[in-house]
Design a protein around this ligand. Structure first.
Ligand SMILES: Cc1cc2nc3c(=O)[nH]c(=O)nc-3n(C[C@H](O)[C@H](O)[C@H](O)COP(=O)(O)OP(=O)(O)OC[C@H]3O[C@@H](n4cnc5c(N)ncnc54)[C@H](O)[C@@H]3O)c2cc1C
Length: 319
């Protein structure tokens, strides 16, 4: 099975894209081999040759002047061109807001079968590829068969674990893509770095606060603990609605879905809409003064207590 992996770069190749490469490697291994090609648009500081360590045979790099701005339309154009050149059986992309928007466009344009939110390696039976998808904001799983010769998967964090790249290198070829008028429909007028040094959707550790923190003036308790742990910060929806924290930190059904190894929920009640965004976390630690708070039903560890006492004590102990 020949696999094409689309890589995203936020300066360097994103960690989630490296996980997509690991997913492709494990898939090729499980399904009896095949070539892995990677494609990336725009400048990156990553040494693309080093991606050979993931079993990549070739990296296609679209990096002429047209890709100073990488967005949904230009990324979709690059992926379509890479599909035309490498003729894959399977395309793998790490789920992200860019990928959520571009993958359906590419599937529609190429006639591919698209499965989103894939959580496990695919299974091949009599030529039909089946994958497990997370559905209903993580409350259920669905097994779907992809009835087309070209299949596109957007994979969630954690879909392939336990892979370490080796020191092999690979060839990097430049990919020439001519953009049509509609591919250039958007023009970026400037970018602003989001607060927080660690990107929430990719974070392995998350410290999150709710209305129990009482106000933005107390957020140092969350950011200090996050700093000690090397974690990203997050919040419940009302906290961002109240402008205590920026909207891109809001986790839940209507916000970011996270799947970290550790999610610390401080002063968060655990409403179903919040839990929808954190249910695939490996370990949830809840700190809440109300022993009946619903968050304790989904928490692996619970501390019944006052965040204003627990958070500084926890931070001190961790330090
Ligand atoms: C359509 C829809 C979509 C929604 N989407 C989302 C979403 O995506 N994400 C989301 O988060 N919410 C969402 N909500 C809102 C959700 O229903 C809850 O209202 C919200 O999650 C509650 O936020 P909270 O836990 O911070 O606040 P609260 O419900 O007010 O809970 C605060 C908690 O802090 C505890 N507390 C208070 N003081 C202390 C203290 N000193 N020490 C320790 N604990 C303390 C309290 O016991 C309480 O459990 C949505 C709602 C709707 C209707």
């Amino acid at each position: 099975m020949n696999i094409l992996v689309f890589l995203e770069s936020d300066g360097s190749v994103k960690k989630s894209s490296l996980e997509a490469l690991a997913y492709a490697h494990k898939t090729a291994e499980a399904l009896g081999g095949g070539a892995i090609t990677a494609v990336i648009a725009g400048p990156t500081t990553t040494d693309l040759g080093s991606l050979g360590g993931y079993g990549v045979q070739k990296v296609l790099h679209a990096d002429d002047g047209a890709f100073v701005q990488v967005d949904i339309m230009t990324s979709a154009a690059v992926l379509k061109q890479a599909i035309a050149i490498s003729n894959p059986d399977l395309v793998v992309l790490a789920k992200s807001s860019l990928v959520d928007a571009m993958a359906p466009r590419v599937a529609a344009a190429t006639g591919a079968a698209l499965a989103t939110n894939v959580v496990d390696l695919p299974v091949l039976n009599n030529g039909v590829l089946t994958v497990k998808r997370s559905i209903y904001t993580g409350k259920a799983f669905s097994d779907v068969a992809l009835n087309a010769t070209l299949r596109i998967l957007t994979v969630k964090k954690g879909a392939a674990t336990g892979f370490e790249p080796n020191s092999a290198t690979t060839i990097v070829e430049s990919l020439s893509v001519s953009l049509s008028g509609s591919d250039k429909a958007l023009t970026s007028k400037g970018t602003e770095k989001a607060t927080g040094e660690i990107l929430l959707p990719e974070a392995d550790l998350v410290v999150s606060g709710g209305r129990g923190l009482k106000g933005p003036e107390n957020w140092g308790l969350i950011t200090d603990l996050a700093k000690t742990l090397g974690a990203a910060t997050a919040c419940s929806k009302p906290v961002s609605d109240l402008d205590w924290r920026p909207h891109h930190e809001h986790v839940g059904q209507t916000g970011i879905k996270v799947s970290p190894s550790l999610y610390i929920a401080a002063g968060i009640s655990g409403a179903i809409q919040h839990v929808a965004g954190i249910s695939s976390s490996k370990c949830i630690v809840a700190i809440n003064s109300d022993p009946e708070a619903p968050i304790f039903k989904v928490a692996d560890y619970g501390i019944v207590g006052d965040v204003f006492k627990i958070l500084p004590a926890l931070n001190q102990a961790l330090k």
